[in-house]
Design a protein around this ligand. Structure first.
Ligand code: NAP
Length: 275
């Protein structure tokens, strides 16, 4: 066993993950001993891997697709926000053998907005969300927690949006996918949580005629950084925030717990991760 703390990211596939670049950049920047590696883990190996990591010197791990939900069953303590979201992305291995699970995706989403659109006030108006997948769950919980008065939600598969409404309450209004553009009339923040706009995928095509030019528009897709949706919103006069910051900020709480220093997300961090 090594005498420096180890952490990593568990997923499958995992080669594309930017998390090792991010955490190793921070370790170097703050002169800390430690390592952070990508761990490719199949469903069948998930439990064995998680149980074996502490003996190998691991003090924690990030968790990504497809293990964010199933990992909860191995945790001894799950934070309220991870319980609400129904998924975890950050694990802490305690010295007494217990596993602590948290979800920092919603935190990362809000911290990115605070940085990129500091004038946005969550309480000042409705949010419009495209998509009702795993990321949307975390974002809905974060927005509700931050005091957003109404969440307009549209998803290609409408029953999934209805299910989120049933779970998270009347603050959510479901809008049919073919009428998604109508959500933009009142929204002072618009969020794409679908995978549309990703390199190689179709674009999110929505008429922006009704979009308020003082609205903040953010896309959690970050390959490319400027998605066609963000470019169109920018041309409309909106403040736009790209999705890379969400990824960077969601890593902050885990890094701080594992390595003892709260890292900064700034231009240098972005450059290091994109290099
Ligand atoms: P997910 O659970 O698989 O959800 C995918 C969402 O995209 C669903 O709402 C799905 O609608 C929608 N979608 C997919 N293809 C579509 C199409 N052709 N037309 C309309 N809607 C379509 O995925 P996720 O985990 O929520 O992630 C969604 C995206 O966010 C991914 O691109 C992921 O890389 C990105 N992400 C970024 C961050 C970050 O830190 N920036 C964090 C998490 C995720 P249906 O329900 O109809 O299938």
């Amino acid at each position: 066993m090594t005498d420096f703390p180890k952490a990593g990211v568990i997923g499958n596939p995992i080669a594309h993950s930017l998390s090792p670049k991010l955490h190793n950049y921070w370790l170097k920047r703050y002169g800390l001993s430690g390592s952070y590696t990508a761990l490719q883990v199949t469903d069948d190996n998930l439990e064995t891997t998680i149980r074996a990591l502490p003996d190998k010197g691991f003090i924690g791990a990030n968790v990504t697709i497809p293990h964010k939900v199933s990992v909860l069953q191995f945790a001894h303590h799950v934070t309220d926000r991870a319980t609400l979201i129904g998924a975890a992305n950050t694990l802490i291995f305690k010295e007494d053998g217990r596993i602590f699970a948290d979800n920092t995706d919603g935190y990362g989403f809000l911290a990115n907005l605070k940085q990129g659109a500091p004038n946005w006030d969550p309480k000042s108006g409705p949010a419009a969300i495209f998509g009702a997948g795993g990321a949307a769950r975390a974002i809905i919980v974060a927005l509700a927690d931050a005091g957003v008065p109404e969440i307009l939600l549209s998803n290609r598969t409408r029953p999934k949006a209805e299910a989120l409404r049933a779970e998270f309450g009347a603050r959510i209004r479901v809008i049919d996918w073919v009428q998604a553009g109508t959500m933009l009339v009142d929204a002072n923040i618009v969020i794409n949580t679908t995978s549309l706009g990703m390199k190689g995928a179709q674009e999110l095509k929505v008429p922006l005629d009704d979009l308020r030019s003082d609205a903040v528009v953010t896309d959690i897709v970050y390959t490319p950084l400027r998605t066609p949706f963000l470019v169109a919103a920018e041309q409309h006069g909106c403040t736009t925030v790209d999705g890379l910051g969400m990824l960077l900020h969601q890593g902050v709480p885990g890094f701080e717990r594992w390595f003892g220093t709260r890292p900064e997300v700034d231009e240098d961090t972005r450059r290091a991760v994109l290099a």
